[in-house]
Write a protein that binds this ligand. Sequence first.
Ligand SMILES: Nc1ncnc2c1ncn2[C@@H]1O[C@H](COP(=O)(O)OP(=O)(O)O)[C@@H](O)[C@H]1O
Ligand SMILES: [Mg+2]
Length: 228
Amino acid sequence: MIKLRNVSKIYPNGARALIGVNLKIAKGEFVFLVGPSGAGKSTLIKLLYREEIATRGQVLINNVNLVRLKNSQIPALRRNMGVIFQDFKLLPNKTVFENVAFALQVIGKNKKEVKESTLTVLDLVGLSSKVNAFPAELSGGEQQRVCVARALVNRPGILIADEPTGNLDVDTAWGIVDLLDKINKYGTTVVMATHALQIVEQMNKRVVRVEGGKIIEDKAEEEVRLGI
Ligand SMILES: Nc1ncnc2c1ncn2[C@@H]1O[C@H](COP(=O)(O)OP(=O)(O)O)[C@@H](O)[C@H]1O
Ligand SMILES: [Mg+2]
């Protein structure tokens, strides 16, 4: 489903963010991307949703090479992909319902579909009682749940998260990770970059360690569980 072949990313200022990265992620996997600040995690994630373009190599999503993707094909790519970030990026003047519904309205879904899908996904993330609240009226954890709902409302095959718990306390962070785990169990592939080592250690998922723009370790779920 996701394949990086010999991928390098050099930014225009000369920063070598990724060097010769090879990575394969199968449909339905849950993968943590870990590594120190500046390692290249966010760059790798940005290549996956075509926010950045690889300088060398291939980035394949369902056999489509994003390096060669036309700009006009980007919306179709992103429709199969939900993305969440550390800062919540919610629209402050829209309610919870409107923030999530917006993602469907822009792709031309009719009113009934928008309402049904939005309420279903807000129920999934546990926010049924907050549909009419504004972002500023919510806790950080609740705001991140709205972002998860917004990312999922199109029913994407892949959910990508860049430090989604970076602004949350430990308990709230666990709530978000448990939610991502539940979503993964329904079949969505999840790729999550994180600094939260305690969470990574306890989750028994595949761990890909990035350092200096290279993958220096890739531990399968089974190895993590057995502590190999
Ligand atoms: N837009 C950019 N322009 C230039 N250099 C960048 C840009 N984004 C990231 N970098 C550089 O690329 C390297 C990897 O950064 P990043 O992917 O953000 O790492 P991480 O998410 O692991 O902290 C760093 O050296 C960073 O300074
Ligand atoms: Mg980052």
